[in-house]
Design a protein around this ligand. Sequence first.
Ligand SMILES: Cc1cc2nc3c(=O)[nH]c(=O)nc-3n(C[C@H](O)[C@H](O)[C@H](O)COP(=O)(O)OP(=O)(O)OC[C@H]3O[C@@H](n4cnc5c(N)ncnc54)[C@H](O)[C@@H]3O)c2cc1C
Length: 319
Amino acid sequence: MSGTLAARLSAFMPDLRGRLLANEPLAPFTWLRVGGPAEVLFTPADTDDLAHFLKHLPAEIPVTMIGLASNMIIRDGGIPGVVIRFSPRAFGQIGVEEDNRIRAGAFAADRKVAMEAAEAGIGGLEFLFGIPGSIGGALRMNAGTRSNTNPEIEGETRERFVEATAVTRAGAIIRLTPEDMRFVYRGCGVPADTIFTEAVFQGFARDPDEIRAINARVQEHRERDQETKVRTAGSTFKNPPGHSSWRLIRDSGGLDLRVGQAEMSRKHANFLIAHDGATAADIEGLGEAIIALVREKQGVTLEWEVKRVGISAELARNG
Ligand SMILES: Cc1cc2nc3c(=O)[nH]c(=O)nc-3n(C[C@H](O)[C@H](O)[C@H](O)COP(=O)(O)OP(=O)(O)OC[C@H]3O[C@@H](n4cnc5c(N)ncnc54)[C@H](O)[C@@H]3O)c2cc1C
């Protein structure tokens, strides 16, 4: 079936310039290093190629976009249909523009964007330095950094956003304004099947040495308060209004839970850790057990911040 879908799509779209691969493993692309393969993995050559592909892809075939997969659990049975992942060559460019603006491809790493901004003396994007995702993921998630102790390292994507280019599921290339994005806390209102290809951000003039010093403090903050050297997906749950998820989890006894090879971090109780041998089912099962525990002990229902995609191993086996 997998080979058939990739072959069918190739035959159907002879002018495609990007690469189609059947049954391609995805776990190596993810921060958690778990999950099954993509039925078809498409790497577009550029924005026009992506638009051409989506325009001709039959509407019933599901499409899943992945960025640097730092906020994602791919389930063990993999992802049916088409998974799209960009190449850094086609979508990783970063350019400095007039008036302290930065234009970045959707697959540019947030950290690299922050470093380019520092070199150019553009302040305001330091918060991106510590976020291990791509610009596409930052737009989708309205990625941001908070600190109780140091406001200079704080920031959110929506505060710096000027405009984005995207391709709709029907294959139209569109421009998105801040109003179109409808940013909310850790999300945006753009349809889930619209794919961002590029964005422009507004900064302000700041001395490069000062920016580099702030970036270093972003790094210190991360190393002190968060997990940086383990397999994780960052904050597992959004903070419910008026609460911190890490505190709810800790106070409910969530640090004593373990499912298979997955447990919550003692350094940051809202970070989930995948130990060697963990499966996506362990990780998701732990998250669901935490939700049930916090609801029982505190009467608050946590909402996943991490995106869960694909199907279970059992479903993949049984069709
Ligand atoms: C150690 C660690 C620390 C973290 N710290 C923070 C933090 O401080 N703040 C924070 O906000 N997040 C944090 N995260 C989570 C994560 O880095 C962010 O959510 C990031 O923005 C995700 O980007 P990504 O490229 O990895 O997206 P992915 O995880 O690949 O995808 C996330 C979502 O974005 C969508 N997406 C990705 N690219 C595109 C695109 N081009 N077009 C449309 N949709 C797209 C995906 O479909 C998915 O729905 C952390 C994660 C880790 C592992």
